[in-house]
Design a protein around this ligand. Structure first.
Ligand code: AMP
Length: 360
């Protein structure tokens, strides 16, 4: 268990690392970041940092010496890096969560083995297995790389009558999976936390709207049935238990069917704090970043209760130029990431709007 004054090591220096560091600071903990990007937003708010590649083992050794626990803000931490660090300091979440979630085939097989529904899927390693997968699953379908996909990158939709060779080449002939196309009513997610002793706390299900494959808004309540809320919680609880997970994570879900037929399918597990949980900073009794710090520190989990209806809107690229106007808006809470250049598609900040009730 950590004590106030101890240091959290964070791999990755983006906005998620920055917000973990800010939450840690409020609880009297220090943060130390390792990130290869010299302009990392998290460097601005931490006690120290090392600017080095994730496979620079001398740098990792020095990093480990500075910290009491190691966590990460992105899921593509190389496994060799995770294992190297785990041999020196407690790593939370552990390497099992990384190994499972870095590969879509391993991830979906793991979820299915727990008896939890996903879209139908099949492995694709070459054109012949793509043809076999199409025969089994049907079209339309989504062809996704097994590794390193995010925000819609590394995937192509294959429609009826389309040339499979073209789709296979468009994806770069990499190990992939073919997934049945889900005609969902909405995309929702659940953000939750687990401690090593199995303590578990989940936030309310969040409804997510994307624009150009990037999250645009997250809204609570999500407008799902109480049964769906309960189902999402038990899915999150089962997944985190099976992963022996420590920390905050998100499960991205497809909401399908209406009325009594409403249910959720798992799309993806994010082994980290998540953009769809940013509303908790102002809309929940304990925000996801503090919750993550508590979980990895071995401290009691905080109350995840929602304080009222809330909506988070991402400020992407030039959206951030509205910062002054947002500051003047009653009930709007502005969060900026300290990034210099408002490039197209770049997450620059977000705003939480509390539609009723009070924030923390
Ligand atoms: P992913 O990288 O798996 O999170 O996919 C990015 C986005 O593509 C999702 O948020 C969905 O909007 C869409 N998508 C992914 N998989 C499917 C699917 N099997 N059926 C329909 N839409 C999908």
């Amino acid at each position: 268990m950590l004590a106030p004054g101890d240091t959290i090591g964070i791999l990755g220096g983006g906005q998620l690392g920055r917000m973990i560091a800010l939450a840690a600071a409020r609880l009297g903990l220090k943060s130390f970041i390792l990130c290869p990007d010299k302009d990392s937003p998290a460097f601005q708010v931490s006690a120290g940092h090392i600017c080095a590649a994730y496979d620079d083992f001398a740098a990792l050794e020095a990093f480990a010496r500075q910290v009491d626990v190691v966590t990460y803000e992105f899921e593509n931490v190389p496994l060799a890096t995770a294992e190297f660090l785990a041999a020196r300091r407690p790593l939370a979440p552990g390497a099992k969560a990384l190994a499972t979630t870095q590969d879509r085939l391993a991830e979906k097989s793991f979820v299915r083995a727990l008896g939890i529904e996903t879209a139908p899927f099949a492995p694709v390693d070459d054109l012949a297995s793509l043809e076999a997968a199409v025969a089994a699953i049907g079209l339309p379908a989504v062809l996704k790389t097994r590794r390193f996909g995010y925000d819609g990158k590394g995937q192509v939709i294959v429609r009826p009558g389309e040339d499979l060779t073209a789709a296979w080449h468009a994806l770069g002939r990499q190990p992939a999976i073919l997934e049945g196309f889900v005609r969902f009513e909405a995309e929702v997610s659940i953000v939750a936390a687990r401690r090593a002793d199995d303590a578990f706390a989940a936030y309310d299900v969040t409804r997510n709207v994307h624009r150009e494959h990037i999250l645009h808004t997250s809204t609570v309540p999500a407008g799902v049935s109480p049964e769906t809320e309960r189902a999402a919680r038990s899915i999150a609880c089962a997944i985190s238990g099976a992963l022996e997970y420590v920390g905050v994570f998100a499960v991205e879900l497809f909401l399908v069917g209406r009325g009594a037929a409403e249910r959720v399918l798992v799309n993806e597990i994010a082994p980290r704090v998540h953009n769809s949980g940013h509303w908790t900073q102002d809309g929940a009794a304990t925000c996801q970043f503090e919750q993550h710090v508590r979980a990895i520190a071995g401290w009691p989990l905080g109350d995840p209760a929602r304080l009222g209806p809330a909506q988070m809107t991402n400020l992407i690229g030039e959206d951030v130029h509205a910062w002054h106007k947002i500051l003047a808006e009653p009930g709007a809470r502005l969060h900026l990431y300290g990034k210099d250049e408002a490039r197209a598609g770049r997450k620059m900040g977000h705003v939480n709007r509390l539609r009723d009730g009070e924030g923390c």
